[in-house]
Design a protein around this ligand. Structure first.
Ligand code: ATP
Ligand code: MG
Ligand code: FE
Length: 354
């Protein structure tokens, strides 16, 4: 099926067009720069930016794909989780488009969409991903971005997604952004920490690994916590400054990055082992992190697990992943969502479609 996907859950306005598993277009406009001076995404600013970016983005995607809107079999839109105001803009646009074109509309889950991204085939996609062939199920998926840190067990993309664990406080990307700020690095901090950490010693400072002590593991085996880590970095930097010592930014960045990568990959690989699932999929902006990728690769290989990482343009928020999930729903014969649904900022991951 030919499906257009609309994604506006955070700061990316994404329009994707797919034919089944084939990626035809993936247009992204980001309002990231507008949030930079606030050090984080400002919901009202994001919603307004979506409003301005949507129509041109749809036009560009349609041109890139070389299709006509009339040719579409369905429209898919992210209905949650995410920022309420931002989601509402995409949902309203999708409903208008569906009504105007007389096409069925599928309201889908953003997190499950991230997994749908790995189904896509297209020129150069698999080469970049480094993972040949189609995604087989079940798979464990580790989704790490500025807004979420979730470990999923996906048995069937359109009918069976289980939440194994998630962060109990900050998201991993949020921790990167906050620590970067602490170290005087620009927003968004992830890529800057990654760059600076390359010159640092990851063993210089032993920062805490959240929820990894035996007593925590009993209740939070697959959950994450990054606020203690962030505080620990803040204390360490304050201490150095109070003592009048220069802050060794590369060492702090490398040690912090190591702590995050260690916990993320240890828990994800443990889930694969415990559940007997031989593959692990990474998604979300933090999947761009060099150390996360490297350590995930090492640990997966040691455990005999296939590691899958889609190209970065499909890891960060995008419309193609939403179109991909929509196409799976159409192919599976799922009923469209109608027009009565609304955005749900806290949509649970088990709710694949509204
Ligand atoms: P959502 O949570 O809804 O998916 P988002 O905009 O936060 O929205 P992404 O755009 O996928 O999600 O990811 C952005 C996050 O990824 C930011 O927090 C950014 O710092 C982080 N990030 C990007 N590159 C890297 C990197 N190389 N290392 C670590 N973190 C990174
Ligand atoms: Mg983003
Ligand atoms: Fe996302």
């Amino acid at each position: 099926p030919l499906v257009l996907g609309i994604e506006t859950s955070c700061d990316e306005t994404g329009i994707g067009i797919v034919r089944g598993r084939t990626l035809l277009a993936n247009t992204i406009a980001s309002s990231m720069d507008e949030h930079a001076r606030f050090g984080g995404v400002v919901p009202e600013v994001a919603a307004r930016a979506h409003l301005e970016a949507l129509t041109p983005a749809i036009g560009r995607a349609v041109a890139d794909a070389g299709i006509r809107l009339d040719d579409l079999d369905a429209i898919a839109v992210t209905c949650g989780p995410g920022l309420a105001g931002a989601l509402m803009v995409g949902v309203a646009a999708a409903k208008s488009l569906a009504v105007a074109l007389g096409k069925p509309l599928y309201a889908v889950n953003h997190l499950v969409g991230h997994v749908g991204a790995d189904l896509l085939q297209g020129e150069g996609l698999r080469e970049v991903a480094g993972t040949a062939g189609e995604l087989e199920l079940p798979t464990v998926a580790l989704l790490v971005s500025g807004g979420h840190t979730s470990l999923l067990l996906v048995r069937d993309l359109v009918s069976d997604v289980e939440l194994l664990g998630e962060t109990i406080d900050d998201a991993a990307g949020e921790a990167f952004d906050k620590v970067a700020r602490l170290l005087g690095l620009p927003y968004p901090g992830g890529p800057h920490i990654d760059r600076v950490a390359a010159d640092g010693d990851p063993a210089a400072i032993r920062f805490p690994r959240g929820l990894t002590l035996p007593k925590d593991l009993a209740r939070h085996r697959y959950d994450f916590s990054f606020s203690g880590l962030k505080t620990s970095v803040a204390r360490w930097v304050e201490k150095a400054e109070a003592a009048g010592e220069p802050v060794p930014v590369p060492d702090v960045a490398a040690s912090f990055r190591e702590a995050v990568a260690d916990v993320l990959t240890a828990k994800a690989v443990a889930a694969c082992r415990d559940l007997g699932v031989p593959r692990l999929l990474l998604g979300g902006g933090v999947a761009a992190n060099a150390r996360v990728r490297e350590l995930a690769g090492e640990r997966a290989a040691a455990a005999g697990i296939e590691l899958r990482v889609p190209p970065l343009s499909l890891c960060t928020d995008n419309g193609a992943m939403i179109a991909s999930l929509g196409a799976q729903l159409v192919a599976a014969g799922s009923a469209p969502s109608g027009l009565g649904f609304g955005a749900d900022s806290t949509l649970p991951v088990t709710q694949i479609q509204l």
